[in-house]
Design a binder for this molecule. Structure first.
Ligand SMILES: *Cc1c(COP(=O)(O)O)cnc(C)c1O
Length: 391
């Protein structure tokens, strides 16, 4: 048993409950896979694992295109996406309704792109007419829409965005880092041209793998010989290696073992069942939170199934709530790392979790809310969530 009162201990106690919207708790089976011996990344054993892992990702992304796992974080593949398509002076249109849209704008500026943002109040969705208005006025290299904006819990309408760019040279770039494996994603059918994802969210792995895929339309742009300074993230290299069934550089071998196994777990449960479970868990979490007076941050028609974001009741300090959840219950949830700090809480509803995990979260939140002076009759949240699970 590890002690959690000992400040010198770096490992969490068995009771530690990692309930962030990422990274999320890694299932035992995945951790065991990651512990396996390292083999040659050019040898037959690893080549088999690499190729089958990519094939098992394919239905999650909904694409027939090459898929490239890279050793990097989510931001790494966000940067890789832009680095490979946009030259200095080219224009990007970015839907900015949260922190990750903002990050795309920051990356684009760092690469010398001209950035136009459509600024939408956080928690809201973009009006497609606003996108269309901009697309009519300028030639954009890409339109960027985040699939699952984990700072607000809003889901982007990618099918509509895809329709808007389909008959233009503009590419649709999307970040599904916190959506993939927890929510439906149809890269080819929706007309997504570049999709990026990460290992540490609903894919149930530790952080460290970024995943990127591009459409044929995007490849025509990526293949331009435009002197862009790219090397590690040069997708042309990744594509050459993909065609040979390997990774360009030394891959994160252990993490690929983990992903191979977490994808087995997903396909054994059945992707449709996994997505339905996420929807059910999110429904229960939202119903329980509503019973506690926690108002959902995201517009009702566009709420995520992988991350739940809530306003706090009048007079409740979010920072204290989060701290007490950790101190009393070892339950680790997120606040906001921006202007909403102290005003909202965010909880992951993704990964290898079940109804019991959501009920435990709600029980702990209810308990701490009472301690902070926001008292309700005991069991209110659990009762509401249990009913919602059965809907
Ligand atoms: C978690 C997350 C990322 C990941 O960024 P990191 O570089 O891995 O920290 C990117 N986009 C979204 C929407 C996310 O939720």
């Amino acid at each position: 048993m590890t002690s959690h009162s000992d400040a010198g201990t770096t490992l969490p106690a068995d009771t530690y409950r990692l309930r962030l919207p990422g990274p999320i708790a890694v299932p035992e089976r995945v951790r065991m896979a990651i512990a396996r011996p390292i083999v040659s990344h050019r040898g037959p054993e690893f080549r088999a694992i690499w190729s089958r892992t990519i094939e098992k990702l394919r239905p999650l992304l909904g694409t027939a295109q090459p898929i490239h796992p890279l050793a990097t974080s989510g931001t790494g593949v966000m940067e890789a996406a832009l680095l490979n398509i946009v030259a200095p002076g080219e224009r990007l249109l970015i839907v900015n309704n949260g922190q990750w849209g903002e990050r795309f704008a920051t990356i684009g500026r760092a690469l010398g792109a001209v950035i136009d943002t459509i600024d939408v109040p956080w928690g809201e969705t973009v009006d497609p007419a606003a996108i269309e208005y901009h697309l009519e006025r300028h030639d954009y290299r890409a339109l960027i829409v985040v699939h699952n904006e984990s700072s607000t819990g809003v889901v982007g309408d990618l099918a509509t965005a895809g329709r808007l760019v389909r008959d233009r040279p503009t590419l649709l770039v999307t970040d599904t880092v916190s959506g993939l494996a927890g929510m439906d994603f149809q890269m080819d059918a929706w007309g997504v041209d570049v999709a990026v994802a990460g290992s540490q969210k609903a894919l149930m792995c530790p952080p460290g793998l970024g995943i990127i895929a591009a459409s044929e339309k995007a490849w025509n742009v990526i293949r331009r010989d435009n002197g862009l300074p790219r090397f590690f993230f040069d997708l042309r290299r990744a594509r050459d290696s993909y065609d040979k069934g390997e990774s360009t550089f030394t891959p994160a071998i252990s993490l690929v073992y983990g992903l191979d196994t977490s994808l087995d777990m997903i396909h054994e449960e059945g992707l449709a069942n996994v997505l339905a479970r996420h929807a059910r868990l999110a429904r229960g979490m939202k119903a329980g939170a509503a019973a506690l007076g926690l108002e959902n941050f995201a517009r009702a028609e566009a709420q995520s199934n992988t991350v739940a974001c809530f306003h706090l009741p009048e007079g409740v300090d979010g920072t204290r709530l989060i701290r007490r959840l950790y101190e009393k219950h070892r339950t680790v949830i997120a606040g906001a790392r921006n202007r909403l700090q102290g005003k909202m809480i965010r909880i992951g509803t993704m990964g290898a979790i079940g109804e019991g995990d959501i009920l435990t979260d709600l029980m702990h939140i209810e308990n701490v809310l009472a301690e902070l002076g926001h008292s309700l009759s005991a069991g209110t949240a659990v009762t509401a969530a249990s009913a919602a699970f059965r809907e």
